[in-house]
Design a protein around this ligand. Sequence first.
Ligand code: SF4
Length: 376
Amino acid sequence: MAGCYIHIPFCAQKCSYCDFHFSTDHSYQDEMVNALCRELELRAHDWKSEVFETIYFGGGTPSVLTEEQLNRIIQQVRRFYAVSETVEITLECNPDDCSPEQLQRWKELGVTRLSMGIQSFDEEQLRWMNRSHTAAESRSAVVNAKRTGFDELSLDLIYGLPNLTLEDWKNQIREIVTLNPEHISAYCLTVEDKTALSKWVAEGKIAISNVDQQSEQFELLVSELKQAGYEQYEISNFARNEHYSKHNTSYWKGMKYLGIGPSAHGYNLKERYWNKANNRVYLSELRKGNLPETMEVLSEQDRFNELVMIGLRTKWGVSKSELFATVQPEAEWFQIVKGYEQGKMLVETADSFVLTEAGRLLADAIASDLFIITNS
Ligand code: SF4
């Protein structure tokens, strides 16, 4: 069982906070699609024994692909890989790309799930973020997606924005709930290098919210969504009636995934590779028939730490059998676990270690305390 991630490195415009890999020059988009298809072909041999349960188009903005380009990539996956009959095909999309006609075409191509970047319902905040859409476009995109029959719909929001009051944030959460999506993801704004936001902060033009404000907004998010019937199954991800993202859940459960496209990562339980995050270099290497990748072999200790880091973020926690199959920790490690149990941050069940609601607020700090670090 495996997942396939395909990175589409193009966006309509650059959002002020974003450091993902993409270009706003679409002149070579078709050439990029050919290169993605070539990479799928080149990697197929190593993934022959896998059945793909999920295909995820991320980016960038995959909704900028034409119908023909998207179809070409899906057909290439089907041609070279074994794809499950119940495959989840997710497309990340921006609301301004979601016309009723476009939604219908995606449906016909077999897309089963949309992940829509709403980010905010406040027009001023949207402009500040340099998003390419308005709040009105978001609302009608959701209505149209539902009309088209997309019953797996995920909406993204961002909190921690400058001047976002708790009251504003509550209104944003309540508005997203009224749209009734099956899935909501909410991320805290972070200041990344080489973004317009980092420049504004460095110039003192903007003061981003402090950690206390961010925590307050996060706690409000968790309680409001809980009341509305959403289950927090990962720190930043909430679902109704178990409409979890199958693709992301497979990452969090430490399963294999193939990564295609510039900057994409892949993982086969033993090795991890990542492709060059440069469109021109990616294209030129693929033209020569080379994979533009860097690879590392993961040690048992790396795998242990990774299972802790990702597993603790989820409601399923870290599987003890998987964890201890990598490294058997020393007694001191179990003492640290006990300390968190006594502090009501963590629970040990028969099969796993799971964070409590209080522990989830400190997930990253707890995970790094539980990493195994040996001096080599
Ligand atoms: S649309 Fe998404 S990937 Fe593109 S710049 Fe904005 S946040 Fe980044």
